[in-house]
Design a protein around this ligand. Sequence first.
Ligand SMILES: [Zn+2]
Length: 661
Amino acid sequence: MPAKQKFYLTTPIYYTNGLPHIGHTYTTVVADVIRRYKRMRGYEVVMTTGTDEHGVNVERAAKKTGVPESEFVAKMADAWRALWLELGIPADEFVRTTDLQHVRTVQWLFKLCRENGYVYKGHYTGQYCIYDNAFVNDAKPGDNCPDCGRPTETVTEENYFFKLSAFQKPLLDFYKKNPEFIQPESRRNEIVTFVEGGLKDLSITRTTIRWGIPVPGEEPHVFYVWFDALTAYLSAVGGPDYEKRAMWPADLHLVGKDIIRFHTVYWPAFLMAAMLPIPKQVWAHGWFLMDASKMSKSKGNVVLPRPIANMLGMDALRYFLLREVVFGQDGNFSYDALVTRYNSDLANGLGNLASRTAAMIEKNFAGKIPKAGKLEPQDETLARETQTAIGDVLDYFEKLNFARALESLWTVIATADKYLTTEKPWALGDSEADTQRKATVLATTAELLRIVTVLAHPVLPDSTTKIWTLLGQPGSVSAAELDGLRWGQLTTGVPLGKPQTLFPRVEKSEAIERIESMANEERNPTAPPAPAPAVASSATAGAATAAAPAASEKIGIEDFAKVEMRVGQIKTAERIVGADKLLKLTVDIGTEIRQICAGIAQFYEPDSLIGRKVAVVTNLAPRKLRGVESNGMIIAASVGPEGRPVLAGFLEDVEVGARLK
Ligand SMILES: [Zn+2]
C-alpha cells in the first residue's frame, strides 16, 4: 500500500488573556471537522492548536492576580486544553509558546533570517504609555493611551527589524503562482492590494517587554508578537527538525479575518527569508455576531460553548455553527436560531428518521434489517438521488463549504421522510407481497440512513456513532471510507443495536433560559463554599492551621437547629435534557409543593420514585443546577467509592411535613 498522504492544519495559537468563547470554539470545531473528514478520506492528519503566552498583556494579567507569569500561563493553558478535551475537540499537537521546543524554533528561525541578510538593528520610535509599559500601536504624538487614558510619550528604542520591504515582489509572485493560497477570494484581493501598496520593514524585537523569548546573545531584546506566535505552527511539528516529522509545510491555516494579513504577508515572508517551505493555504473565516455586533469580552456579549454543549449536546452546537453561515462570511448567533435548528433539523429530522426506521424494523423484522426485494421505480429514484448527493457533499466538504454540504444531506433526509409518507410501510399487511414490499422500503430507508450517517460523521461525531450502533453496522463509522462510499453497501440480517437517545426535543424558551442561566453561573462563579464542618472526628488534623477550622470541630445544637428537615412525598419525577445525573422532582412537604433537583438519575428510575417518602432539607436557599431551579435538598447516603446515592427513608409510616429533629 502506498504511504498515506499527509494533511497538516492549524487553528490560530490563541492569546491567553481570557478563556475560550464561541468564536474560538467555531475555529476549533471547523478544524476538527476537517480533520475527521480528511481521515475518512485516507489522509494522515495532524491538527495543531495552542496558546500564545507572551507579551505585555500577560505580564499585566499575571501581576493583577499576583502570581508569576509562568504560573499564570500554565493555568491558562491547562484551562484551554481541558475545555477542548471536554468539548471533544482536542488537538493532536497543543503548542505553548513557552515550550522549550518553541523557544528554540523561534531562535533558529531568527538565526536563519539574519544569516540570509534579512535582519538588521535599527530604532523604533512610537508612542509609549509609561503607566502600562507598552507601545501604543498606531498612536500619534499627542494621543492618549486607549487602555488607561493617560497621555502617551514619544519613545525611541533599539529593535531588530525584519526586511519585509524586500518581499513585496516575491510575495506578489507567490500569490499569482498560488491563487489558492488566500481564501476566500475577497480576502485575497484585499491582501494583494495591501502588498501592492508597499511594505514597510517590521520591528520584531523589543527591549521594553520582559516576558518574551530572548534573542540569543542580544538581551534584553525579546521577540515581539508575530515572529514568536506564528512560528508555533512550525515548532508544533518538529521545529528545526521538521523534515523528520514530514508534516511541514502546513496544508491549511484557519484564521479569523482580523489576522489574515499576518498569516499571508508576514508569515510567508519570514519563511521565504529563512528559505523554508511555505504553507499551502490560509483560510479566513468571518465572525459570529450577536445582535449584529462583534462578540467581545469587553462588550460582555460573549457566548460560551459549555452551557450549550451541556443543554443540547456538542453535536448540536457543531451542526449549528457549520450550518448557519457560509464558511468565510459573518453570521448571526442567537439562541433562538440555535434551538430552532436543533428541534427542526436534528430532533425532527435526523433523530426522528433514525428512531422510526429502527422501530419499524424492530417491529416487523424481529430487529434485523431485511434484504430489499424487487425494486420499484421510486426506490430506484431514491437510491440514485442519494448516490448523487454523496458526490455533492464530498465536493462541498473539499471546498470547506460546510453549510451547503449539510444542506444537501438534509435534503436527502427530507426525501426519505417523504418516501416513507408515500410508501406507508406501517399500513402494509402480512401477506407475502406486503411483507416483501415492507422489507424493500425499510431496507432502502436504512441504506439511505447509513449513507447520511457516514457523510454527517465529521460534523456530528457522537450522534452518528450512536446511529451506526443502532443500525448494527460492522466496525465504526469513523473508519468508514468516504472514497469508497456507494449505495448498496448496507449490511443486512444483523441485529439492530440498543435504542439510542439521539436528540430529545426541547421546549425553546425553557432551553434558552437554562443555557443563559448556566452561562451566567460560568461568567460569575460564586466563591467556593467554605469547608463544611465535618461530623466525624479526624485523626489527621495535625496539618490543620489556626486559620482553618479543624476538621474535627464539633457544632453546637443551635447550629444543627438551623437546618430544617421535613418528611416529603415525591409527586412527580422526570429526567432533565442535558443533565444525565439529575432528576427534576416535585415534592409535597406538607405546607407546599416544591421543585427539587436530585443527583440520583443514574440510580433511580423516575417512575419508581412517585409516592415515596423522603427526608428533605427545606430551608436551603434556592439555587440552580444545570440551569434548573432547585428549592431544597433530598437526603441520601453516599455509598462506595463512586458515591452511589441511596435515599434516606422511614421504616414506619410518617406524616408528610413532619419535622426531623
Ligand atoms: Zn496606558
